[in-house]
Ligand binder design. Sequence first.
Ligand code: RIB
Length: 314
Amino acid sequence: MKMSKPISILGIFVADLTFRSNRMPRQGETFIGNSFKLGPGGKGSNQAVAARRAGAKTMFITKVGKDTFGEMAMKLYADEGINSEFVWEIPKNSTGAAAIMVNEESGDNAIIVVPGAADELVPDDLEDAEAGIAECAYFMASLEVPIPVMQRGLEVAKRNGVPTILNPAPAAILPDEVYGLSDYFTPNETEASMLAGIPVETVEQARDAAKVFMDRGVDTVVITLGENGAYVRNSEIRQHVPAFDMGDKVLETTGAGDAFNGGFAHALAEGMPLIDAVRFGSATAAISVTRLGTAPAMPYNNEIQQLLDSQNTQ
Ligand code: RIB
């Protein structure tokens, strides 16, 4: 497979502790659930796995602890072939963890994330990673790292002429300058609603929210709308891209946004036109929701291609 320039991704690794049951617990309640799984997670790390499996050369930037979960992270990057030169192992804090509760009846989830060692990232760490970032086709960040760290990452990328993708997840108030530093801005509907300050449930509302972000300085907005697809807007394009319908194959939607962003970043790095890149990201997410877990659910390039080809011929 032809490999283009790498993608650098700033984010966190956490161990996902996933508890599955038929309903969510009520406050103060203890009950017996259905199953438990421990696996690699964290939005940025999941995005790195998705991009890598989609075919991108990928470099990940984070901090992990010198502990069992930190070893899980380093093994993941070695196994997946992700460049971990800028994954710093620090002794003074433990690797983070996420408690994920999945309601198997409704498919809903609820997540508490504790970034742990990744909270020790400081803006100057991004200066240390500058040589690596400068060689990349794209730089992508999300909001599980401290906001000043994310912002410095975007600044380092921009001053090296590297286009930036900001996935504002989980939603947080952003300094105004961050919008102008984001070439691509990829919230889901909940994040878009919180950041734009308007409801985002329909394609029309996504169009209005995208305009808000563009007025703040974003170049291209891609709002993911779950089973309703994605809305894309920049100065030339205003387009709704439908989702892939996976019907009753859907098992778990946790990590679907990470799959989208990883696939999307890879497609952009390959030079695909914007709408094709959004379709590639959507196909990546569509396959990921048919599997359990987050990072382990990410599909490989041939699987994504197969789904895209099957829809093109219908
Ligand atoms: O987007 C899903 C991810 O969010 C999970 O892997 C969990 O770790 C949280 O960070």
